[in-house]
Design a protein around this ligand. Structure first.
Ligand SMILES: Cc1cc2nc3c(=O)[nH]c(=O)nc-3n(C[C@H](O)[C@H](O)[C@H](O)COP(=O)(O)OP(=O)(O)OC[C@H]3O[C@@H](n4cnc5c(N)ncnc54)[C@H](O)[C@@H]3O)c2cc1C
Length: 406
Protein backbone atom coordinates (compact mmCIF):
# COMPACT_ATOMS: atom_id res chain seq x y z
CA UNK A 1 0.00 0.00 0.00
CA UNK A 2 1.44 3.41 -0.92
CA UNK A 3 2.07 5.98 1.79
CA UNK A 4 -0.57 8.66 1.48
CA UNK A 5 -1.10 11.57 3.85
CA UNK A 6 -4.21 12.82 2.11
CA UNK A 7 -7.71 12.46 3.53
CA UNK A 8 -10.62 11.45 1.31
CA UNK A 9 -13.21 14.04 0.31
CA UNK A 10 -15.80 12.37 2.59
CA UNK A 11 -13.39 12.70 5.51
CA UNK A 12 -12.86 16.38 4.78
CA UNK A 13 -16.65 16.77 4.67
CA UNK A 14 -16.89 15.18 8.13
CA UNK A 15 -14.17 17.56 9.34
CA UNK A 16 -15.95 20.67 8.08
CA UNK A 17 -19.30 19.58 9.59
CA UNK A 18 -17.69 18.97 12.99
CA UNK A 19 -15.61 22.16 12.80
CA UNK A 20 -18.74 24.19 12.17
CA UNK A 21 -20.46 22.49 15.12
CA UNK A 22 -17.40 22.95 17.34
CA UNK A 23 -17.04 26.64 16.54
CA UNK A 24 -20.75 27.31 17.03
CA UNK A 25 -21.56 25.14 20.07
CA UNK A 26 -18.36 24.18 21.87
CA UNK A 27 -15.84 27.03 21.70
CA UNK A 28 -18.12 29.78 23.08
CA UNK A 29 -18.98 27.72 26.17
CA UNK A 30 -15.70 26.04 27.11
CA UNK A 31 -15.16 28.41 30.04
CA UNK A 32 -18.32 26.95 31.61
CA UNK A 33 -16.87 23.43 31.47
CA UNK A 34 -14.35 24.19 34.21
CA UNK A 35 -16.37 26.82 36.07
CA UNK A 36 -19.54 24.75 36.39
CA UNK A 37 -17.63 21.47 36.25
CA UNK A 38 -19.95 20.03 33.67
CA UNK A 39 -20.51 20.02 29.96
CA UNK A 40 -23.79 21.76 29.10
CA UNK A 41 -26.07 18.83 28.17
CA UNK A 42 -27.23 20.63 24.98
CA UNK A 43 -23.72 20.21 23.55
CA UNK A 44 -23.77 16.47 24.15
CA UNK A 45 -27.27 16.21 22.70
CA UNK A 46 -26.15 18.09 19.57
CA UNK A 47 -23.23 15.66 19.22
CA UNK A 48 -25.75 12.82 19.41
CA UNK A 49 -27.92 14.49 16.79
CA UNK A 50 -24.93 14.65 14.45
CA UNK A 51 -24.36 10.93 15.02
CA UNK A 52 -20.92 11.45 16.56
CA UNK A 53 -21.49 8.87 19.31
CA UNK A 54 -22.24 6.33 16.61
CA UNK A 55 -19.25 7.00 14.43
CA UNK A 56 -17.77 3.48 14.37
CA UNK A 57 -20.92 1.40 14.82
CA UNK A 58 -22.27 -0.21 11.65
CA UNK A 59 -25.25 1.48 9.99
CA UNK A 60 -27.22 -1.70 10.69
CA UNK A 61 -27.24 -0.65 14.38
CA UNK A 62 -27.92 3.02 13.70
CA UNK A 63 -24.27 4.14 13.53
CA UNK A 64 -22.39 5.99 10.82
CA UNK A 65 -20.23 2.97 9.94
CA UNK A 66 -17.03 5.01 9.63
CA UNK A 67 -13.45 4.01 10.45
CA UNK A 68 -11.01 4.95 13.27
CA UNK A 69 -9.11 7.45 11.08
CA UNK A 70 -12.34 9.37 10.44
CA UNK A 71 -13.22 9.11 14.13
CA UNK A 72 -9.83 10.73 14.74
CA UNK A 73 -10.70 13.63 12.45
CA UNK A 74 -13.80 14.28 14.57
CA UNK A 75 -11.67 14.17 17.72
CA UNK A 76 -9.21 16.71 16.28
CA UNK A 77 -11.97 19.24 15.80
CA UNK A 78 -13.37 18.62 19.28
CA UNK A 79 -9.95 19.13 20.90
CA UNK A 80 -9.21 22.28 18.89
CA UNK A 81 -12.39 23.82 20.31
CA UNK A 82 -12.01 22.46 23.86
CA UNK A 83 -8.51 22.42 25.30
CA UNK A 84 -9.87 21.28 28.68
CA UNK A 85 -10.22 17.86 26.96
CA UNK A 86 -13.51 17.23 28.80
CA UNK A 87 -15.43 16.65 25.60
CA UNK A 88 -12.53 14.68 24.15
CA UNK A 89 -12.82 12.27 27.09
CA UNK A 90 -16.58 11.90 26.59
CA UNK A 91 -16.06 11.16 22.90
CA UNK A 92 -12.94 9.01 22.87
CA UNK A 93 -13.84 6.74 25.79
CA UNK A 94 -17.26 5.96 24.29
CA UNK A 95 -15.82 5.54 20.78
CA UNK A 96 -13.09 3.14 21.92
CA UNK A 97 -14.93 1.04 24.48
CA UNK A 98 -18.25 1.21 22.65
CA UNK A 99 -16.53 -0.31 19.64
CA UNK A 100 -15.00 -3.13 21.67
CA UNK A 101 -18.37 -3.78 23.35
CA UNK A 102 -19.96 -3.95 19.91
CA UNK A 103 -17.24 -6.25 18.56
CA UNK A 104 -17.47 -8.80 21.36
CA UNK A 105 -21.08 -8.32 22.45
CA UNK A 106 -23.63 -10.83 21.18
CA UNK A 107 -26.53 -10.03 18.87
CA UNK A 108 -29.01 -9.47 21.70
CA UNK A 109 -26.58 -7.04 23.35
CA UNK A 110 -26.09 -5.17 20.10
CA UNK A 111 -29.83 -4.82 19.55
CA UNK A 112 -30.35 -3.65 23.12
CA UNK A 113 -27.30 -1.52 24.05
CA UNK A 114 -25.28 -0.81 20.89
CA UNK A 115 -28.32 0.46 19.03
CA UNK A 116 -28.90 3.00 21.83
CA UNK A 117 -25.18 3.82 22.12
CA UNK A 118 -25.06 4.60 18.40
CA UNK A 119 -27.79 7.21 18.68
CA UNK A 120 -26.36 8.79 21.84
CA UNK A 121 -29.11 7.39 24.09
CA UNK A 122 -26.55 5.49 26.17
CA UNK A 123 -22.93 6.40 26.96
CA UNK A 124 -20.31 3.67 27.30
CA UNK A 125 -17.32 4.00 29.66
CA UNK A 126 -14.61 1.67 30.98
CA UNK A 127 -14.05 0.42 34.52
CA UNK A 128 -10.97 -1.70 35.14
CA UNK A 129 -9.23 0.28 37.92
CA UNK A 130 -10.00 -0.35 41.60
CA UNK A 131 -8.81 1.13 44.89
CA UNK A 132 -6.27 -1.72 45.14
CA UNK A 133 -5.28 -2.26 41.49
CA UNK A 134 -4.56 -0.16 38.41
CA UNK A 135 -1.54 -1.12 36.32
CA UNK A 136 -1.58 -4.69 37.61
CA UNK A 137 -5.11 -5.80 36.85
CA UNK A 138 -4.64 -9.23 38.38
CA UNK A 139 -5.04 -7.39 41.71
CA UNK A 140 -8.69 -6.53 41.16
CA UNK A 141 -11.21 -7.80 43.68
CA UNK A 142 -14.50 -7.33 41.79
CA UNK A 143 -16.12 -10.70 41.24
CA UNK A 144 -19.06 -11.93 39.18
CA UNK A 145 -20.90 -15.18 39.86
CA UNK A 146 -23.42 -16.92 37.71
CA UNK A 147 -26.96 -16.72 39.02
CA UNK A 148 -29.76 -18.27 36.98
CA UNK A 149 -29.87 -16.63 33.56
CA UNK A 150 -27.43 -13.87 34.49
CA UNK A 151 -24.61 -12.80 36.79
CA UNK A 152 -24.37 -11.03 40.13
CA UNK A 153 -21.42 -8.65 40.44
CA UNK A 154 -19.90 -7.19 43.61
CA UNK A 155 -16.90 -4.89 44.05
CA UNK A 156 -15.65 -1.35 43.73
CA UNK A 157 -14.17 0.58 40.82
CA UNK A 158 -12.10 3.75 41.34
CA UNK A 159 -10.89 6.75 39.31
CA UNK A 160 -13.43 6.09 36.60
CA UNK A 161 -14.39 8.68 33.96
CA UNK A 162 -18.03 9.53 33.33
CA UNK A 163 -19.66 8.07 36.46
CA UNK A 164 -22.03 11.02 36.99
CA UNK A 165 -23.04 11.22 33.32
CA UNK A 166 -23.76 7.47 33.31
CA UNK A 167 -25.67 7.52 36.59
CA UNK A 168 -27.96 10.44 35.76
CA UNK A 169 -30.55 9.29 33.30
CA UNK A 170 -32.02 11.94 31.01
CA UNK A 171 -29.48 14.73 31.51
CA UNK A 172 -26.64 14.09 29.05
CA UNK A 173 -27.97 10.82 27.66
CA UNK A 174 -31.64 9.76 27.77
CA UNK A 175 -30.82 6.35 29.29
CA UNK A 176 -27.68 7.40 31.22
CA UNK A 177 -24.84 5.00 30.60
CA UNK A 178 -22.84 2.06 31.72
CA UNK A 179 -19.27 0.88 31.97
CA UNK A 180 -17.47 -2.04 30.41
CA UNK A 181 -16.46 -3.56 33.74
CA UNK A 182 -13.71 -6.07 34.46
CA UNK A 183 -14.45 -8.76 37.05
CA UNK A 184 -13.15 -12.16 38.05
CA UNK A 185 -15.35 -15.09 37.18
CA UNK A 186 -12.60 -17.46 38.33
CA UNK A 187 -9.90 -15.86 40.46
CA UNK A 188 -7.77 -19.01 40.58
CA UNK A 189 -6.99 -18.54 36.88
CA UNK A 190 -5.58 -15.01 37.38
CA UNK A 191 -5.84 -12.96 34.15
CA UNK A 192 -7.33 -15.97 32.35
CA UNK A 193 -10.20 -15.93 34.85
CA UNK A 194 -11.41 -12.41 34.07
CA UNK A 195 -14.57 -11.46 32.21
CA UNK A 196 -16.04 -8.18 30.96
CA UNK A 197 -19.61 -7.07 31.59
CA UNK A 198 -21.62 -4.03 30.59
CA UNK A 199 -22.91 -2.59 33.87
CA UNK A 200 -25.53 0.19 33.65
CA UNK A 201 -24.72 2.73 36.35
CA UNK A 202 -28.41 3.57 36.53
CA UNK A 203 -28.92 0.30 38.41
CA UNK A 204 -30.11 1.10 41.97
CA UNK A 205 -27.46 -1.26 43.38
CA UNK A 206 -24.69 0.93 41.94
CA UNK A 207 -23.68 3.94 44.03
CA UNK A 208 -21.21 6.57 42.84
CA UNK A 209 -18.82 8.98 44.54
CA UNK A 210 -17.13 11.87 42.72
CA UNK A 211 -13.45 12.81 43.01
CA UNK A 212 -12.27 16.41 42.70
CA UNK A 213 -10.38 16.19 39.45
CA UNK A 214 -7.17 18.20 38.88
CA UNK A 215 -8.19 19.20 35.33
CA UNK A 216 -10.69 18.32 32.55
CA UNK A 217 -13.39 18.99 35.11
CA UNK A 218 -16.30 19.02 32.66
CA UNK A 219 -16.51 15.23 32.54
CA UNK A 220 -16.81 13.54 35.91
CA UNK A 221 -14.28 11.20 37.52
CA UNK A 222 -14.96 9.04 40.54
CA UNK A 223 -15.67 5.62 41.94
CA UNK A 224 -18.63 3.28 42.00
CA UNK A 225 -19.62 0.45 44.28
CA UNK A 226 -21.42 -2.59 42.92
CA UNK A 227 -23.57 -4.10 45.66
CA UNK A 228 -24.65 -7.41 44.17
CA UNK A 229 -25.66 -5.91 40.85
CA UNK A 230 -27.56 -8.33 38.67
CA UNK A 231 -26.91 -8.22 34.93
CA UNK A 232 -28.46 -10.44 32.25
CA UNK A 233 -26.21 -12.89 30.40
CA UNK A 234 -26.38 -10.79 27.24
CA UNK A 235 -24.42 -8.06 29.09
CA UNK A 236 -21.36 -10.30 29.18
CA UNK A 237 -18.91 -8.95 26.59
CA UNK A 238 -17.07 -11.87 25.04
CA UNK A 239 -16.50 -15.30 26.49
CA UNK A 240 -15.88 -15.97 30.17
CA UNK A 241 -12.13 -15.80 30.80
CA UNK A 242 -11.45 -13.49 27.82
CA UNK A 243 -12.01 -10.20 29.66
CA UNK A 244 -8.37 -9.33 30.21
CA UNK A 245 -7.48 -9.81 26.53
CA UNK A 246 -10.50 -7.87 25.29
CA UNK A 247 -9.65 -5.05 27.71
CA UNK A 248 -6.13 -4.90 26.25
CA UNK A 249 -7.68 -4.43 22.83
CA UNK A 250 -9.86 -1.60 24.14
CA UNK A 251 -6.79 0.11 25.58
CA UNK A 252 -5.17 0.03 22.15
CA UNK A 253 -8.11 1.94 20.73
CA UNK A 254 -8.18 4.52 23.49
CA UNK A 255 -4.40 5.06 23.33
CA UNK A 256 -4.48 5.86 19.63
CA UNK A 257 -7.14 8.53 20.18
CA UNK A 258 -5.32 9.89 23.23
CA UNK A 259 -2.12 10.25 21.18
CA UNK A 260 -4.02 12.21 18.57
CA UNK A 261 -5.75 14.42 21.15
CA UNK A 262 -2.40 15.23 22.74
CA UNK A 263 -0.69 16.05 19.43
CA UNK A 264 -3.53 18.30 18.32
CA UNK A 265 -3.99 19.88 21.75
CA UNK A 266 -0.26 20.63 21.88
CA UNK A 267 -0.30 22.31 18.48
CA UNK A 268 -3.39 24.32 19.33
CA UNK A 269 -1.79 25.46 22.61
CA UNK A 270 1.25 26.69 20.67
CA UNK A 271 -0.97 28.57 18.21
CA UNK A 272 -2.88 30.30 21.00
CA UNK A 273 0.22 31.19 23.00
CA UNK A 274 1.89 32.48 19.86
CA UNK A 275 -1.00 34.85 19.13
CA UNK A 276 -0.37 36.35 22.56
CA UNK A 277 3.43 36.36 22.21
CA UNK A 278 3.16 38.31 18.95
CA UNK A 279 1.25 41.08 20.73
CA UNK A 280 3.07 41.11 24.05
CA UNK A 281 6.22 43.23 24.05
CA UNK A 282 9.32 43.07 26.26
CA UNK A 283 12.63 44.91 25.83
CA UNK A 284 11.18 46.80 22.86
CA UNK A 285 10.11 43.81 20.77
CA UNK A 286 7.36 41.17 20.60
CA UNK A 287 8.00 38.15 22.84
CA UNK A 288 7.52 35.96 19.73
CA UNK A 289 10.55 37.54 18.07
CA UNK A 290 13.05 36.25 20.67
CA UNK A 291 15.12 33.44 19.25
CA UNK A 292 14.89 31.61 22.59
CA UNK A 293 11.11 31.44 22.14
CA UNK A 294 11.34 30.48 18.47
CA UNK A 295 13.84 27.66 19.05
CA UNK A 296 11.64 26.27 21.79
CA UNK A 297 8.68 26.50 19.43
CA UNK A 298 10.57 24.74 16.62
CA UNK A 299 11.65 21.80 18.80
CA UNK A 300 8.17 21.35 20.19
CA UNK A 301 6.41 21.78 16.86
CA UNK A 302 8.67 19.18 15.24
CA UNK A 303 7.94 16.72 18.06
CA UNK A 304 4.21 17.35 17.76
CA UNK A 305 4.32 16.84 13.98
CA UNK A 306 5.92 13.46 14.66
CA UNK A 307 3.34 12.68 17.36
CA UNK A 308 0.51 13.69 15.02
CA UNK A 309 1.75 11.40 12.24
CA UNK A 310 2.32 8.50 14.65
CA UNK A 311 -1.18 8.95 16.11
CA UNK A 312 -2.68 8.62 12.64
CA UNK A 313 -0.49 5.58 12.02
CA UNK A 314 -1.99 4.10 15.21
CA UNK A 315 -5.54 4.81 14.00
CA UNK A 316 -4.66 3.37 10.61
CA UNK A 317 -3.32 0.25 12.39
CA UNK A 318 -6.70 -0.16 14.14
CA UNK A 319 -8.40 0.06 10.76
CA UNK A 320 -5.95 -2.49 9.28
CA UNK A 321 -6.70 -4.79 12.20
CA UNK A 322 -10.44 -4.49 11.52
CA UNK A 323 -9.68 -5.60 7.96
CA UNK A 324 -7.54 -8.49 9.21
CA UNK A 325 -4.36 -7.10 7.64
CA UNK A 326 -2.20 -6.58 10.71
CA UNK A 327 -1.64 -8.59 13.87
CA UNK A 328 -2.72 -7.80 17.44
CA UNK A 329 0.81 -7.41 18.88
CA UNK A 330 1.85 -5.00 16.15
CA UNK A 331 -1.19 -2.83 16.84
CA UNK A 332 -0.36 -2.86 20.54
CA UNK A 333 3.24 -1.82 19.89
CA UNK A 334 2.22 1.08 17.62
CA UNK A 335 -0.57 2.39 19.86
CA UNK A 336 1.56 2.21 23.03
CA UNK A 337 4.43 3.97 21.22
CA UNK A 338 2.02 6.66 20.04
CA UNK A 339 0.65 7.31 23.51
CA UNK A 340 4.11 7.26 25.13
CA UNK A 341 5.53 9.75 22.64
CA UNK A 342 2.55 12.08 22.18
CA UNK A 343 1.78 12.60 25.86
CA UNK A 344 5.36 13.60 26.60
CA UNK A 345 5.65 15.82 23.51
CA UNK A 346 2.39 17.57 24.38
CA UNK A 347 3.28 18.10 28.04
CA UNK A 348 6.62 19.69 27.13
CA UNK A 349 5.16 21.83 24.34
CA UNK A 350 2.24 23.10 26.40
CA UNK A 351 4.44 23.84 29.40
CA UNK A 352 6.85 25.86 27.23
CA UNK A 353 4.04 27.68 25.42
CA UNK A 354 2.41 28.57 28.72
CA UNK A 355 5.61 30.34 29.81
CA UNK A 356 5.33 32.76 26.87
CA UNK A 357 2.22 34.17 28.55
CA UNK A 358 4.15 35.29 31.64
CA UNK A 359 1.99 35.58 34.74
CA UNK A 360 -1.21 35.40 32.70
CA UNK A 361 -0.26 31.76 32.14
CA UNK A 362 -0.90 31.08 35.82
CA UNK A 363 -4.61 31.89 35.77
CA UNK A 364 -7.49 29.48 35.63
CA UNK A 365 -9.09 31.06 32.55
CA UNK A 366 -5.99 30.60 30.43
CA UNK A 367 -6.90 27.79 27.98
CA UNK A 368 -3.28 26.68 27.67
CA UNK A 369 -3.04 26.25 31.45
CA UNK A 370 -6.18 24.09 31.29
CA UNK A 371 -4.60 22.05 28.49
CA UNK A 372 -1.54 21.37 30.63
CA UNK A 373 -3.71 19.98 33.41
CA UNK A 374 -5.62 17.89 30.87
CA UNK A 375 -2.64 16.22 29.18
CA UNK A 376 -1.16 15.45 32.59
CA UNK A 377 -4.06 13.02 33.12
CA UNK A 378 -2.56 10.85 30.38
CA UNK A 379 0.44 10.06 32.53
CA UNK A 380 -2.00 7.46 33.86
CA UNK A 381 -5.41 7.27 32.17
CA UNK A 382 -5.82 4.24 29.83
CA UNK A 383 -2.46 2.89 31.03
CA UNK A 384 0.47 4.76 32.59
CA UNK A 385 3.50 5.87 30.61
CA UNK A 386 5.61 3.29 32.44
CA UNK A 387 3.25 0.57 31.26
CA UNK A 388 3.59 1.96 27.70
CA UNK A 389 7.38 1.58 28.09
CA UNK A 390 6.97 -2.01 29.30
CA UNK A 391 4.75 -2.83 26.32
CA UNK A 392 7.02 -1.26 23.69
CA UNK A 393 10.09 -2.91 25.22
CA UNK A 394 8.33 -6.28 25.43
CA UNK A 395 7.29 -6.13 21.77
CA UNK A 396 10.69 -4.94 20.52
CA UNK A 397 13.10 -6.87 22.76
CA UNK A 398 10.98 -10.01 22.78
CA UNK A 399 8.61 -11.59 25.27
CA UNK A 400 11.23 -14.12 26.38
CA UNK A 401 13.28 -11.22 27.81
CA UNK A 402 10.36 -9.73 29.76
CA UNK A 403 11.18 -9.71 33.47
CA UNK A 404 9.03 -12.16 35.36
CA UNK A 405 6.94 -10.49 38.01
CA UNK A 406 5.78 -12.46 41.02
C1 LIG B 1 -7.92 11.34 34.85
C2 LIG B 1 -7.97 9.86 34.93
C3 LIG B 1 -9.05 9.18 34.39
C4 LIG B 1 -9.12 7.79 34.53
N1 LIG B 1 -10.22 7.15 34.00
C5 LIG B 1 -10.32 5.81 34.15
C6 LIG B 1 -11.47 5.11 33.66
O1 LIG B 1 -12.37 5.71 33.07
N2 LIG B 1 -11.54 3.78 33.86
C7 LIG B 1 -10.56 3.08 34.51
O2 LIG B 1 -10.69 1.86 34.66
N3 LIG B 1 -9.47 3.71 35.01
C8 LIG B 1 -9.32 5.05 34.84
N4 LIG B 1 -8.23 5.71 35.31
C9 LIG B 1 -7.24 4.95 36.07
C10 LIG B 1 -5.99 4.62 35.27
O3 LIG B 1 -6.25 3.59 34.34
C11 LIG B 1 -4.90 4.22 36.29
O4 LIG B 1 -4.53 5.39 36.98
C12 LIG B 1 -3.67 3.59 35.65
O5 LIG B 1 -3.95 2.35 35.06
C13 LIG B 1 -2.55 3.41 36.69
O6 LIG B 1 -3.02 2.68 37.79
P1 LIG B 1 -2.89 3.28 39.29
O7 LIG B 1 -3.36 4.68 39.27
O8 LIG B 1 -3.52 2.32 40.19
O9 LIG B 1 -1.32 3.33 39.52
P2 LIG B 1 -0.41 2.11 40.03
O10 LIG B 1 -0.68 0.90 39.21
O11 LIG B 1 -0.54 2.00 41.50
O12 LIG B 1 1.04 2.66 39.67
C14 LIG B 1 1.66 3.67 40.44
C15 LIG B 1 2.92 4.10 39.71
O13 LIG B 1 3.80 2.98 39.55
C16 LIG B 1 4.14 2.82 38.19
N5 LIG B 1 4.25 1.39 37.88
C17 LIG B 1 3.34 0.42 38.12
N6 LIG B 1 3.78 -0.76 37.68
C18 LIG B 1 5.01 -0.54 37.15
C19 LIG B 1 5.99 -1.37 36.52
N7 LIG B 1 5.79 -2.69 36.34
N8 LIG B 1 7.14 -0.80 36.08
C20 LIG B 1 7.36 0.53 36.25
N9 LIG B 1 6.47 1.36 36.84
C21 LIG B 1 5.30 0.84 37.27
C22 LIG B 1 3.00 3.46 37.41
O14 LIG B 1 3.41 3.90 36.14
C23 LIG B 1 2.64 4.63 38.31
O15 LIG B 1 3.47 5.72 38.01
C24 LIG B 1 -8.11 7.09 35.18
C25 LIG B 1 -7.01 7.77 35.71
C26 LIG B 1 -6.93 9.13 35.59
C27 LIG B 1 -5.76 9.85 36.18
Amino acid sequence: MPVDFEFAKEQEDVRSTVREFAEKYIAPRVVEFEEKQLIPPEIVREMSRLGLFGILFPEQYGGLGLDPVTAGIVLEEIVRADLTFSLAVAYLVHTSWGYVAYKYGNEEFREDVIRRAATGDVWIGIATTEPGAGSDLTGIATAARRDGDGYVIAGEKAYISGVREAKERGVWFPDGGGHVTLAYTDKSKQHRGMTLFFVPLTDPNVSIRLEKEFGRKGWSFGSFVLSDVRVPERYRIGEEGRGFYIAMEGFDHARAYIALACAVGGKRAIELALEYAKQRRAFGQPVASFQGVQFQLADNWAALEAAHALAYKALWALKMEQEGRIGRFEVTRITASAKLFAVQAAKRAIDDALRWYGAYGYTEENPVALALKAVKSYDWAEGSLDIMRLIVAREVVGREYTSKRK
